[in-house]
Design a protein. Structure first.
Length: 113
């Protein structure tokens, strides 16, 4: 009886180790090797649901891989409520920006992103 329990515990630790190692290897393979920065653009139109939440979620995901990524919510005709929600989210989260199409060209050419 106790041999079966010990074998089960040992097998679960081995399984956790294999999953952890494979996750680490996949993360290293998929992680970009260049030291440049990346911009993720989320186009936002009127009527889209939870645009600020999508931007914040993307920023959190990119933060797990390092701070090499800026997330831009591109305003393509959002209503005032959405814009205000996005502005509030951008103030509270570093690396999350709200731009109009005209401002986006200036944003991309910046070196401090």
């Amino acid at each position: 009886m106790s041999d079966g329990v010990l074998l089960g515990i040992f097998a679960s630790f081995v399984l956790i180790g294999v999953v952890s190692i494979s996750y680490y290897i996949l993360l290293k393979i998929l992680h970009p090797r260049s030291s440049g920065r990346y911009i993720v653009v989320i186009p936002a139109r009127a009527g889209m649901i939870d645009v600020a939440g999508k931007g914040y979620a993307q920023r959190l995901r990119s933060g797990m891989l390092g701070d090499k990524e800026a997330v831009v919510i591109l305003d393509l005709g959002m209503d005032e409520k959405q814009i205000e929600e996005c502005r509030r989210m951008c103030r509270s989260c570093e690396g999350l920006y709200l731009c109009s199409p005209g401002e986006f060209e200036k944003f991309v050419s910046r070196k401090d992103i």
